[in-house]
Design a protein around this ligand. Structure first.
Ligand code: AHG
Ligand code: MN
Ligand code: MN
Length: 341
C-alpha cells in the first residue's frame, strides 16, 4: 500500500477525527516546509557556507551560530504571511515577533528552538528544530504581549521536531499520539514512516551529561550512582549510557527505543534551574513523550503543569520510559528535594 504523506495525515485528522482546524493544518504544513529548507541548508554544510559562528550572542548570552540565525529567519519568513498566526517567539529572539500589519492574523502562537544542538553543527552530528503551538488567549484584534505566551504545556495544541540526521525526520503530535514522517528528498514530501511511537516502560539506557555530576542535586547524584553500580547494585541491572548533546537526537532515540533523558537542575546558576528552556524545548518534547506513553518531569513536578513566568525560562528535565522516570521521581520524593523547578 502506498504510504501516507504528512498532508494526507493532516487532512484526515481535520476531516474525520476533527482533531485540528484548517488553520492549524496550514500552520503545521508551513512549519514542516520551513524545516525542509533548514534541512537543505544543513545538508550543504561547508558547501553552503552555513557552518561556523557569528559575532553575536542571543538573549541568553550564548554565541550564535550562523545556522541558529539562518534557521530562525527561515521559520519567521515562512510563517509570517499565511494568516494563521497571532505571533511567534523563539529561543534566538529577545522578545516575541508580532505578525507585520500588512498580513492577516490568525489565532495561534508559534514557539520554536530553530536549531537545537548548536554545538554539533560544525562536527556533522545530528541537530534539529523544535516547535510548540498554543492558542492566543484572547480574540483577534487585540495586541499580543509576552504574557499571552505564558501558558503551561498542557495548553499546547500541537508540538513536534525535525531531526536532521542520516535521514531528516519530522515527529509530530496534535494530541492524537506521536507520529513520524521521513523526508523523501527526491520527491520533497514527508512520508509517514511511524504511525505511533510507543516508548517501552522499562529501560537500561540513560542519557545525561556526566561532567556536571558535582553540580547536581543529591537525589540525582544518588540515582546515577545506583545506575553505575550495575547488576550487583540496588537497581539490579547493567545500564548503558548515550549523550549526543542535541536534545532532539537524544529524545528521538528515547521515542524510538526507550531510555531516560535528563538535563536536571544543577547548582551552577541559581537563577537557572537547568539548561533547557521550558517553552521551546521542555514543553514540546514533554507533549510528544507523554503522547508516546512516556513520562516527563522536573524531578518533583510534571513539566507540562509548570506555570511559566518568563518566555526564556529554564527548567529541569527528566523524561522517557515510564518506570524509570517514576523511579527518579521517587528518589526526589524520598529525599524531600524541593528546589526544582
Ligand atoms: P541549543 O543548541 O538549542 O542551545 O540546545 C542545546 C541543548 C540541548 O540540545 C542539549 O541537550 C544540551 O544543550 C547539551 O548541553 P551540554 O553541552 O551541556 O551537554
Ligand atoms: Mn535547544
Ligand atoms: Mn537552539
Amino acid at each position: 500500500m502506498k504510504k501516507k504523506t504528512l498532508t494526507q495525515y493532516l487532512v484526515e485528522q481535520q476531516r474525520s477525527a476533527q482533531a485540528i482546524s484548517s488553520e492549524l493544518r496550514l500552520l503545521i504544513e508551513v512549519v514542516a516546509r520551513a524545516c525542509k529548507s533548514i534541512s537543505h541548508a544543513v545538508g550543504k554544510g561547508a558547501l553552503g557556507g552555513v557552518l561556523g559562528a557569528l559575532e553575536s550572542e542571543n538573549v541568553q548570552g550564548e554565541v550564535q551560530k550562523k545556522l541558529d540565525v539562518l534557521s530562525n529567519e527561515i521559520l519567521l519568513e515562512a510563517n509570517e504571511w499565511g494568516g494563521h498566526l497571532a505571533a511567534m517567539a523563539s529561543e534566538e529572539m529577545e522578545t516575541l515577533h508580532a505578525i507585520p500589519n500588512r498580513y492577516p492574523k490568525g489565532e495561534y502562537l508559534l514557539l520554536f528552538d530553530p536549531l537545537d544542538g548548536s554545538s554539533n553543527i560544525d562536527v556533522n552530528v545530528s541537530i534539529g528544530t523544535i516547535f510548540s503551538v498554543l492558542k492566543a488567549p484572547h480574540g483577534l484584534g487585540q495586541e499580543i504581549v509576552e504574557n499571552d505566551f505564558l501558558q503551561p504545556g498542557t495548553a499546547q495544541v500541537a508540538a513536534g521536531y525535525a531531526v536532521y540526521g542520516p535521514q531528516t525526520m519530522l515527529v509530530l503530535t496534535i494530541g492524537q499520539g506521536a507520529v513520524g514522517f521521513t523526508l523523501d528528498r527526491e520527491m520533497g514530501s514527508w512520508v509517514m514512516t511511524q504511525e505511533k511511537y510507543e516508548i517501552p516502560e522499562d529501560t537500561k539506557e540513560f542519557a545525561i551529561n556526566m561532567s556536571n555530576m558535582r553540580h547536581w542535586a543529591p537525589p540525582m547524584k544518588h540515582y546515577i550512582d545506583d545506575c553505575l553500580a550495575g547488576k550487583t547494585g540496588p537497581l539490579g541491572k547493567d545500564y548503558n549510557m548515550r549523550w549526543i548533546a542535541s536534545m532532539v537526537a537524544d529524545v528521538h532515540r528515547v521515542l524510538t527505543r526507550g531510555g531516560i533523558f535528563m538535563y536536571p537542575w544543577d547548582s551552577r546558576e541559581p537563577s537557572k534551574p537547568g539548561k533547557l528552556r521550558l517553552m521551546y524545548e521542555a514543553n514540546p518534547m514533554s507533549f510528544l513523550v507523554e503522547q508516546a506513553g512516556g513520562v516527563s518531569i522536573t524531578g518533583t513536578q510534571r513539566i507540562m503543569e509548570v506555570q511559566p513566568e518568563k518566555l526564556h525560562q529554564r527548567v529541569s528535565v527528566i523524561l522517557g520510559s515510564k518506570n524509570e522516570v517514576e523511579r527518579v521521581a521517587k528518589y526526589h520524593a524520598e529525599q524531600g528535594w524541593e528546589a526544582t523547578p
